[in-house]
Design a protein around this ligand. Structure first.
Ligand code: NAD
Length: 470
């Protein structure tokens, strides 16, 4: 267990928050160069501490080194590089065109840092999802208080060390702890809260934010469906779905949660999916538990939760197609495929957030769309197929935070796409320019000429004057 510095009592939190006021007023005027210098020092620290980051994630849930590089380090360094390259143009006030009634004026949008922000992070990509939002906050010119997850202790402690080394607490501060610390933080009148976590806690955060009318970005979860169309290349789909589902041991907010496969394609899909499971995680037939490329469940509470979902589904008639083996002492849960799913199974109602993939079948696309629409709007929706009419039908007849065609989860790494959910899966968008916007107040500025006023002719006595403009 890492040593947790006792830095999280409420007076220390209040002191840090108060000390950030002066900095945030100063940073409001900061130039792109100054912000870029802050971003670059985070980038340099990450470059110098890759080994430590990999070690912490291994200690937290045996996350394979390659997955740390790809899904924890790369997304953050990529965000930094993208912001460094584009910040000057993001920050530049944007001119807008002048509508006829406003002739004589000029209009611009100025991007003002929101000020003091709070970042509450989850455990599943603990480095990426804590430092990633910080990059957007720094790019936007904000100070930040961060609370990483209490479940990924080693990575959270490392993030705390990183921030202490790079920033004064009056600029960026980390408070380690659980719900109590989060609750203390949520009492403060931050200028923005960026929360990543479950919809249930998202509601608590939004309620707390409402006391101060603090704006929020809520990056939540949910059940992201995959529709495999009749026109899909099943081998391509199987390979991509299997990797996306089981990377990070299925503990990914945008992991495929359930699959919808045409009834007459189920057998072929399953056959190909099993081939890829074997190829990826057990090429030498030694057992997946020995694979160096497969992570573990974060803790025994989640291991128990997942086992109970699986046990209940099997009791209610689900068919075990692959996997199902577990080892409670090491939080191991084999990649598992199940079919014959019914609506009354918890696994079909709750976000799974683990390595169990339920596969449902459908007869026509309308049926699949109806099923997706019967559930809260998901964070992502995946469509596999070569029929563009079907793909467009799914796009226009469903709602989700993001949609990916012929792949899964990849959109997270696209810096120019807004990332986030809709309603139950989230509010607001993140990444690149959209992350910068989340932490900025888009201030509209209207400049008028002295001695001229567009409504001069419309001043009282009004008479019939206003009738001429409508
Ligand atoms: P969580 O909601 O339990 O916790 C997230 C953060 O909130 C943690 O820092 C935790 O300490 C804090 N927290 C927990 N209970 C709280 C309370 N009552 N009051 C205030 N703060 C509280 O989520 P988690 O288990 O860490 O992560 C899993 C969830 O996050 C899943 O639903 C997943 O889909 C979602 N998620 C979403 C994204 C995204 O980008 N949209 C990314 C990763 C995870």
């Amino acid at each position: 267990m890492p040593h947790f510095p006792i830095n999280s009592n409420s007076s220390l939190i209040t002191n840090a928050f108060e000390s950030q006021l002066k900095t945030s007023l100063h940073w409001r005027k900061s130039t792109a160069e100054e912000r870029i210098a802050r971003l670059k020092k985070i980038g340099a620290w990450i470059k110098d501490h890759q080994k430590e980051i990999r070690k912490a994630l291994w200690q937290d849930f045996k996350k394979p080194e390659a997955e740390v590089d790809l899904s924890e380090i790369f997304p953050v360094t990529s965000e930094i590089n993208h912001a460094v390259k584009n910040l000057q143009s993001w920050m530049k006030a944007k001119s807008v065109s002048t509508p006829l009634p406003m002739i004589g004026t000029t209009g611009k949008i100025h991007y003002e840092p929101k000020g003091r922000v709070l970042i509450l992070a989850p455990w599943n990509f603990p480095f990426n999802l804590t430092v990633g939002p910080l990059i957007s906050a720094i790019a936007a010119g904000c100070t930040a208080i961060i609370k990483p997850s209490e479940m990924s202790l080693h990575t959270s402690a490392l993030i705390s060390d990183m921030i202490k080394e790079l920033f004064d607490p009056s600029e960026v501060a980390v408070f380690l702890g659980d719900v109590e610390v989060a609750s203390n933080l949520l009492e403060l009148p931050f200028d923005h809260i960026f929360f990543t976590g479950s919809p249930a806690v998202g509601k608590i955060v939004m309620k707390a934010a409402s006391a101060h009318l603090t704006s929020v970005t809520l990056e939540l979860g949910g059940k992201s469906p995959v529709i495999v169309d009749h026109s899909a290349d099943l081998d391509d789909a199987a390979a991509k779905i299997i990797w996306s589902k089981f990377v990070n041991c299925g503990q990914t907010c945008i992991a495929p949660d359930y699959l919808l496969v045409p009834e007459d394609k189920l057998e072929e899909f399953l056959m190909r999916a099993k081939v890829y499971l074997q190829k990826f995680y057990d090429p030498a037939f030694k057992g997946i538990e020995k694979s160096p490329d497969y992570a573990r469940i974060i803790n025994s509470k989640h291991h128990k939760r997942l086992n109970s979902y699986l046990t209940e589904a099997l009791e209610k008639g689900a068919k075990l197609e692959f996997g199902g083996n577990t080892n409670e002492s090491t939080c191991y849960l084999e990649p598992t495929l199940i079919s014959n799913i019914s609506e009354d199974m918890t696994i079909f109602q709750e976000e799974i957030f683990g390595p169990i993939l339920p596969i449902l079948t459908y007869r026509n696309l309308n049926e699949a769309i109806e099923l997706v629409n019967s559930k809260p709007k998901p964070l992502a929706l995946y469509f596999f197929g070569n029929n563009s009419t079907h793909s467009k039908k799914v796009l226009t007849e469903t709602s989700s935070g993001n949609m990916v065609v012929n792949d899964c989860v990849l959109h997270f790494l696209h810096n120019d796409l807004p990332f986030g959910g809709v309603n139950n899966s989230g509010i607001g968008k993140a990444h690149g320019y959209y992350g910068f916007l989340a932490f900025s107040n888009e201030k509209g500025i209207l400049k008028q000429r002295v001695g001229y006023n567009n409504v001069t002719l419309l001043r009282p006595p009004y008479g019939m004057k206003t009738k001429q403009i409508i």
